[in-house]
Design a protein around this ligand. Structure first.
Ligand code: GPW
Length: 832
């Protein structure tokens, strides 16, 4: 930048480029050096964490050459940069992933062993950065991996939360939340860039005056200014020699602003201010989906969006002084509406701060921005109380009004006299309290709007964004989600990865359509038995961890039936429970019943304020207590709640599944991505026609997928005709038996009131149609049990699932974003 100091070395654009050995001996030396120079520890006194830190620094050092070279792309006018704006990045642990992607795994393992340690032990030291709630944040992390792997210049922009998603403890069967102190022992993967910092204004009011040339000038006089400081994390692509950038913003006090009246009386006030400023990025909001109208959350959204756009403008100005060409430097993707203030903020920066006219600014804003929607649940669509918005962002409200005025003019020209449509499409909701509608802002301010699975996009066009679709159908497209095969197979299931690579070569890692070559091994008995051996080893590993974490012994020979995801009524963990209760009753009625042994494993966090979800966790644990200890069950059923489901635990769980539970009410799960991770690791799916399940079934073949339940059209029709869950209860004896048992206090030590709210909810409301789908689910589960008895056939289906899952690599998703939305050329793969 402008403050670059000219030295003899600075004329070399590649900079200082020493060769950093990646062999075992060089790694060994580097680890010892970091233990000494970075950790200031003697080997004899070093803790396991000291060694983890030393190793991580050695690995990071070896990523820097590629990283610095990659950062250079941002200045190259020929290359458009993808800017992924997301309030969440659920990365998971870095060390293992970086070792895999850079190809340093073996050298690191050998170096660590030569020091008398094991790599496994050191990997376990890392506290994962849980800067996300679930699917949406994890998707962003998979996309960073693919962007770097595909050698696309990219920056992920987000928030450096001091506390990520809470850690979940289970006490007496209930969820208890504890603070996630992921930075407690330091973070070797980030680099603080103190010099990359921006001021962000908040609150106050606007004033208008005419400047010397008689032009109208707008001044925003805030009550508060906060500083955002960049923390950078390198994201290694898989053997691509490209390292992507994750830039997270931390809020700090602005010295000049807070400490200007630096005298004894003001000192403590100034320190208070500092505390308030730093609180903006303190904690991730733990809600998954249902919106909360919290001022701090809006402040977080504005804070990171403003820092990110100011940063992008700085980068653009290094290339060209013409901000009209901003869309040639950046393609900006908004991950849901959380960053949708970017539309108004980019307008403010261009018009108020950089002097562009409204029309020019609007043109470039629209052609830069694109919006991904991730939900159809109406309660999850973000809207901010107008007064709260006005208080924090007075200038942005004016800009939103102006965007709205011009937009509604277009609407009324296109649909003369259609007042109802105008009211629906307005950026401002005015029925029963005033709100700013963020999905409408994002839609109007973007050139592209996409859903995350085929069905989801179709429903978006028919329901929540129907008016926008009718007016501008060309803006809409679908990009089905994907997951990275690097973290979700290579790293988490090394046994399976090895078996696959030995059979068909290694190309599948970056060209997963090559997995199809596995199809011909599905008839090879020795391959099938090797396949089973891998799965069984993964199941034994999970069983050992389950015993350690929950005290429950599970049989690795039994069918591992797993549902891990956030706890939510629409995901229907309670439907899964109704199946378990029914099997339990069948055993009680007929103790000799032929029920193939099953282990039911649940995992997932409930939003701390979501009472019903917390009650579902309690019920799972309560059923587990009764079923697991009933001598008549004789080990045929085991129920486990695996505490603190996160990325690290997911890496252990997905590879051990026989059956993947994807049982949301059809039309409610936008895509799902856990469904992809399971199937890619050889689990068969039991699922509804919802989200990406539809496409997974199409790919793997209907004979390799257990389908049940109403489809989205039938769900809509049933709701329209008047749904009475009580009738299903009355008419199905086994269903009645299951619900009555919960109601009786059988699982709550006789306390019949404990689960009353859940039972009432099911009987009198059942918004997500669990009772309507119960019988179909049960029949389908019987087909599962029958199929699992024929192990050989089951393994064939398992192989075919993996062989046909290539579509769901996040590399494919990113290529589609490049083509359809970002207009970024796809570069040829790096020659290995
Ligand atoms: F409500 N998703 C999520 F749409 O994890 F914003 N958190 C969220 O806040 C939202 C969506 C939001 C999930 C979807 O539920 C899931 O179906 C999808 O696979 C995932 O986002 C990634 O697209």
């Amino acid at each position: 930048a402008n403050n670059t100091v000219k030295t003899a070395a600075s004329s070399q654009t590649q900079g200082h480029n020493p060769r950093r050995g990646v062999g075992t001996a060089a790694m060994n030396r580097a680890i010892l050096d970091h233990l000494h120079f970075t950790m200031a520890r003697l080997p004899a006194l070093a803790s396991r964490n000291d060694w983890y830190m030393a190793l991580s620094h050695a690995v990071r050092d070896r990523m820097l050459d590629d990283w610095l070279a990659s950062l250079h792309h941002f200045r190259n006018k020929e290359l458009k940069v993808v800017s992924y704006l997301s309030a969440e990045f659920l990365l998971g642990p870095h060390l293992g992933n970086n070792l895999i992607n850079t190809g340093m795994w073996d050298a690191a393992r050998d170096a660590v062993e030569s020091l008398g340690l094991t790599l496994e032990d050191l990997l376990r030291q890392e506290e994962e950065p849980g800067l996300g709630n679930g699917g949406l944040g994890r998707l962003a992390a998979c996309y960073l991996d693919s962007l770097a792997t595909l050698r696309i210049p990219s920056i992920g922009y987000g928030i450096r939360y001091e506390f990520g998603i809470f850690d979940q403890l289970i006490r007496d069967g209930w969820q208890v939340e504890t603070a996630d102190k992921w930075l407690k022992f330091g973070n070797p993967w980030e680099i603080c860039r103190s010099e990359i910092a921006y001021e962000v204004k908040m609150g106050g009011h606007t004033e208008y005056h005419h400047d010397a040339d008689g032009r109208l000038a707008i001044a925003w006089l805030p009550v508060k200014v906060i500083k955002g400081v960049a923390y950078d994390t390198p994201i290694a692509g898989y053997r691509s020699r490209i390292t992507g950038l994750l830039r997270l913003w931390k809020s700090e006090a602005v010295e000049s602003f807070n400490f200007q009246a630096f005298n004894a009386g003001e000192y403590y006030h100034a320190v208070d201010e500092k505390v308030v400023s730093e609180s903006i990025t303190k904690v991730l909001y733990p809600n998954d989906e249902p919106g909360v109208g919290k001022l701090l959350r809006l402040a977080q959204q504005y804070f990171f969006v403003s820092c990110s756009l100011q940063d992008m403008i700085r980068v653009h100005l290094l290339r060209s002084p013409r901000l009209e060409e901003f869309d040639q430097t950046f393609a900006v993707q908004m991950n849901d509406t959380h960053p949708s203030l970017a539309v108004a903020e980019l307008m403010r920066l261009l018009v108020d701060e950089h002097g562009l006219g409204w029309d020019a600014a609007w043109k470039v804003t629209r052609s830069t921005m694109a919006y991904t929607n991730h939900t159809l649940l109406p309660e999850a669509l973000e809207k901010w109380p107008l007064q709260l918005f006005a208080n924090l962002l007075p200038r942005h409200l004016e800009i939103v009004y102006e965007i709205n005025r011009r937009f509604l003019d277009e609407v009324s020209q296109a649909y003369p006299g259609d007042q109802a449509r105008l009211a629906r499409m307005s950026l401002i909701e005015e029925t029963g309290g005033k709100f700013v509608r963020m999905a409408n802002l994002a839609s109007v301010g973007s050139h592209a709007i996409n859903g995350v699975a085929h069905l989801h996009t179709e429903l978006l066009k028919e329901t929540v964004l129907a008016d926008f679709y009718q007016m501008t159908p060309g803006k809409f497209c679908n990009v089905t989600n994907g997951v990275t095969p690097r973290r979700w197979v290579l790293l988490s299931n090394p046994g399976l990865a090895r078996l696959i690579s030995e059979s068909i070569g290694e190309e599948w890692v970056t060209a997963p359509e090559k997995l199809r070559k596995l199809e011909r091994f599905a008839s090879d008995p020795s391959f099938l038995s090797a396949w089973r051996w891998v799965k069984d080893a993964n199941k034994r590993a999970l069983a050992a961890t389950i015993l350690e974490r929950t005290g429950v012994t599970v049989d690795p020979e039994s069918l591992f039936d797993i549902q891990v995801k956030r706890i939510h009524e629409y995901k229907r963990q309670h439907l899964n429970l109704l199946h378990i209760l029914t099997l339990y009753h069948r055993i009680k009625r007929d103790p000799g019943a032929q029920i193939p042994p099953r282990t039911f494993i649940f995992g997932g966090k409930a939003a701390p304020g979501y009472f019903m979800a917390k009650l579902i966790i309690k019920l799972i644990n309560s059923v587990a207590e009764v079923v697991n200890t009933d001598p008549e069950v004789a080990g045929r059923l085991k129920v486990v709640f695996f505490p603190d489901f996160n990325v690290t635990n997911g890496q252990l769980i997905y590879p051990a599944a026989d059956l993947s539970e994807q049982i949301s009410t059809s039309g409610k799960e936008a895509s799902g991505t856990g469904n992809m991770k399971f199937s890619l690791n050889g689990a068969l799916t039991i699922g509804t026609l919802d989200g990406a399940n539809v496409e997974i079934r199409e790919e793997v073949g209907e004979e390799n997928f257990f389908l049940f339940g109403l489809n989205a059209t039938e769900v809509q029709a049933l709701k329209k005709s008047g749904y009475h869950p009580g009738r299903f209860y009355e008419e199905d004896g086994e269903l009645r038996e299951a619900i009555d048992a919960v109601r009786s206090g059988l699982f709550s030590h006789g306390d019949a009131g404990l689960f009353q709210p859940l039972v009432d909810h099911l009987l009198y409301d059942d918004e997500y149609l669990a009772l309507a789908d119960y019988r179909s689910y049960l029949e389908c589960q019987e087909r599962v049990s029958t199929a699992f008895r024929q192990r050989e056939l089951w393994s064939v289906k398992s192989v075919l699932n993996v062989a046909r899952m290539g579509k769901f690599s996040s590399d494919r998703s990113i290529r589609e974003y490049c083509e359809k939305i970002w207009k970024v050329p796809i570069r040829p793969p790096f020659p290995h």
